[in-house]
Design a protein around this ligand. Structure first.
Ligand code: MG
Length: 301
């Protein structure tokens, strides 16, 4: 069961017909509200850079009577994360479905990066699959963690204090390009860039739900459907390393900054074990209870 209490809301970025972007409050029913308090920040990154000021403002946000925004489209809430850090396998059943065993002990999280400026797309943007037979795009529903307070070597105990917000994401992966066939030596077997860094391979949204509205990030139900057919359905409680542990581990490697996003790994139910990959016309919907849903239609150029 999710610990989320309703009603919840998130911070969205919307764009009007003239291309101007602005911040708004997104309610669970899809209503966008032009909260005047948000006008002091031009972009979500500005708001996150100012998180110490923004958080108390958001906690006091009064939504009663705030006018709704119309004639705008929802775009990626955070179009340019400062860094986009992704956890490698982090759910037990997903390790098994990929043909490996979970080590009994001594597990340490590991990460890869997606380019922060070219992979993020919005919650309803088309998802472009290139060269389908050769690349084999697969889905990975994930909880995304947005950093509001930076740091290095952050202790696990205080790691969640660094989180500004949470969002729904899909770490789209070109599965066939991950393992190389002809390599000179073992260190060169995996190509994380070819499989993970593809343009538009990180649909995210619909908004950023402030962490203070999420009582327990390890108690969120995460689901993914392709064409209405349920593929993934687990709780973030099934993570091997918790959100706090991932933040602590990532911050041992690199300094975390406001606006960084950490994708926390995907549960079981990806397409690879069944040989089901994305193709033009597929509709991929990812939802996390309390954080909303994203839905991207696959197109092939
Ligand atoms: Mg992933």
């Amino acid at each position: 069961m999710s610990g989320i209490q309703t009603p919840s809301w998130s911070l969205a970025t919307c764009r009007d017909g003239a291309g101007a972007a602005s911040l708004a409050v997104l309610l669970e029913d899809g209503t966008l509200l032009a909260a005047p308090e948000l006008k002091r920040w031009d972009t979500m990154l500005d708001l996150l850079d100012d998180w110490a000021t923004a958080e108390p403002v958001l906690r006091r946000l009064e939504l009663e009577g705030v006018p709704s925004v119309n004639d705008v489209g929802l775009v990626a809430p955070l179009r340019y994360p400062r860094k986009l850090i992704c956890a490698g396998v982090n759910y037990r059943r997903h390790i098994k479905e990929m043909g490996a065993d979970v080590p009994a002990e001594g597990w340490h999280p590991f990460f890869f990066l997606k380019p922060p400026t070219t992979t993020v797309i919005g919650p309803a943007d088309p998802l472009t699959v290139h060269d389908r037979e050769r690349t084999r795009y697969d889905w990975e529903a994930e909880l995304a963690v947005v950093i509001g307070r930076g740091g290095r070597a952050i202790p696990v105990e205080s790691a969640l204090d660094h989180v500004a917000a949470y969002a729904v994401a899909n770490d789209v992966t070109a599965r066939a390009l991950h393992k190389r066939t002809a390599v000179p030596a073992a260190p060169f077997v995996y190509d994380w860039v070819a499989s993970k860094a593809i343009d538009g391979s990180f649909p995210m949204g619909p908004g950023l739900t402030p962490a203070f509205l999420v009582p327990d990030p390890q108690d969120l139900r995460l689901r993914l459907w392709v064409n209405g057919e349920l593929q993934q359905d687990e709780s973030t409680g099934d993570m091997i390393c918790s959100v706090a542990e991932l933040i602590a581990a990532a911050s041992q490697v690199m300094t975390l900054e406001p606006g960084d996003v950490i994708a926390t790994g995907t549960p079981s139910g990806v397409g690879a074990p069944r040989g089901r990959y994305l193709r033009g016309g597929d509709v991929v919907r990812v939802s996390i209870d309390g954080l909303g849903s994203i839905e991207n239609t696959v197109q092939e150029p």
